[in-house]
Design a protein around this ligand. Structure first.
Ligand SMILES: NC(=O)c1ccc[n+]([C@@H]2O[C@H](COP(=O)([O-])OP(=O)(O)OC[C@H]3O[C@@H](n4cnc5c(N)ncnc54)[C@H](OP(=O)(O)O)[C@@H]3O)[C@@H](O)[C@H]2O)c1
Length: 113
């Protein structure tokens, strides 16, 4: 498969950060989504243009729509989406309150959809 433009959500650290670095090193154009703008900007700077920082919250449909619109306008269609952004709690589930459960569903489920 011939693919070039890759979106990686949750790109500011952990698995997502490693993935964007590796994809950029392989010559892909990588669009890095996360809330931590400073970390994304540092990745963008280090990559020499292979990584494009797009700070956003995956819970915001308008921010996601604006990012996709910019990517398609400036770089063309997206070939691959890696829905990596997510949070998890280490508490026992019976100690979690509804606010925490809502946050997990908003980010991990609705954010991916
Ligand atoms: N590591 C594990 O053992 C493990 C096990 C099972 C599943 N997972 C899942 O695998 C994925 C990667 O794991 P990881 O260990 O690399 O996680 P991590 O280090 O906690 O990184 C999570 C990433 O998601 C981003 N993120 C969180 N909430 C966001 C939001 N509302 N909008 C945009 N970005 C958001 C964070 O960036 P910002 O904070 O900058 O927004 C960060 O870049 C996660 O979905 C995690 O739940 C991990």
């Amino acid at each position: 498969m011939d693919w070039q433009n890759v979106v990686v959500t949750g790109a500011s650290r952990g698995v997502g950060e490693v993935l964007v670095r590796r994809l950029a090193a392989q010559g892909k154009k990588v669009f890095a989504f996360a809330r931590s703008e400073d970390k994304l900007r540092a990745l963008e700077k280090q990559s020499g243009g292979a990584i494009v920082a797009l700070p956003l919250d995956v819970r915001s449909p308008s921010q996601i729509a604006a990012a996709y619109e910019r990517i398609e306008r400036e770089f063309g269609p997206i070939d691959v989406l890696v829905n990596n952004a997510g949070v998890f709690q280490t508490h026992d589930f019976w100690t979690q309150d509804l606010e925490v459960i809502d946050r997990i569903i908003d980010i991990n489920l609705k954010g991916a959809l």
